[in-house]
Ligand binder design. Structure first.
Ligand code: HSE
Length: 299
């Protein structure tokens, strides 16, 4: 039997739409064990979040078994815990897909390489920027070219910290993608190219002079913030704060601020309780995950 732990992820990081993703230390954890029979036993925690049919762990697992004509394999799959909030832009579906693929790979005797798992996960998710850091950890630049994901890792600076603001409402990725324009002007494209170039330079050199500007985006955030309650109030707070900048986490609605590690009093400084917010926003400090998905043999 193995235990599989897959991290949450935040995609885009401002201007890197469908390209940049960063792994976070919040995990989806499952165990998987082979059965001699063809029975597929699924064990859930007390709180059932979605039905087995809808469950992406099972869908991805069965998809990978089918790719190798091994759909008859029996197993016991236990959903141990899901710390990743669902439909909040923190990569819960990517973590579920990666968990399922890793489970299948264990059952199949590790027939898929890491690169093949990244390619299959991307095909299932539709974009590479959550699944690739979920597998590799850290900050990843990922691009899907003719069904092959090209990726490069960038170490996220240890002197920065992420403050993650998670609201108590959900936003579906599909809804949040549908509202985006079909075309963009040359100016919008150039603006994003310059910002994402500055962002990577800033993170690689740890020179944060341009980090605030580097997090600007013209491709998705301005459209998405219009459908996220409280976002403008929250942005006003973050702009007035000591944060280097902020970005929408994936398709939203979570918003993440980047601050100097250990900046004292930051959470108190963004006083969201007395400012007429419609929803409750949880404020979490979450470390960047450096390991990516982990498979641990247990007895
Ligand atoms: N890059 C994707 C998007 C991430 O912004 O729609 C979704 O999690």
């Amino acid at each position: 039997m193995v235990k599989i732990k897959v991290p949450a992820t935040t995609a885009n990081i401002g201007p890197g739409f469908d390209t940049l993703g960063l792994a976070l230390n919040l995990f989806q954890t499952i165990t998987i064990e082979k059965k001699e029979s063809k029975e597929k036993e699924i064990i859930w925690p007390d709180e059932v979040l979605v039905s087995n049919q809808e469950n992406l762990v099972i869908k991805a697992l069965e998809h990978a078994l089918a790719l190798k004509n091994q759909s008859d394999l029996g197993y016991t799959l236990t959903m141990l815990s899901t710390e990743i909030p669902i439909s909040r832009g923190l990569g819960s579906s990517a973590a579920a897909i990666v968990s399922g693929l890793y489970a299948a790979n264990y059952l199949l005797g590790y027939v898929f390489s890491q690169q093949e798992l990244i390619n299959i996960a991307t095909a299932l998710e539709g974009h590479p920027d959550n699944v690739t850091p979920a597998i590799l950890g850290n900050l990843v630049i990922a691009s899907s070219i003719h069904n092959e994901v090209i990726h490069a890792s960038v170490p996220f600076p240890n002197d920065l910290e992420l403050v993650v603001l998670v609201p108590n409402f959900k936003l579906n990725t599909s809804e949040s993608r549908e509202i985006l324009p079909k075309t963009y002007t040359k100016e919008q494209c150039v603006s994003n190219i310059s910002r994402v170039s500055l962002l990577i330079h800033s993170l690689l050199t740890k020179d944060y002079t341009h980090l605030k500007i580097a997090l600007n985006d013209f491709i998705h955030q301005p459209y998405r913030f219009t459908i996220i309650d409280d976002s403008q109030l929250l942005i006003d707070e973050l702009v007035a704060s000591q944060a280097y900048g902020y970005f929408l986490s994936g398709a939203g609605p979570t918003i993440i601020a980047i601050i100097d590690k250990g900046l004292i009093g930051f959470q108190k400084s963004i006083n969201i309780l007395d400012k007429g917010f419609q929803h409750h926003w949880q404020i979490l400090t979450i470390d960047v995950n450096k390991s990516g998905a982990i498979v641990e043999v247990i007895k």
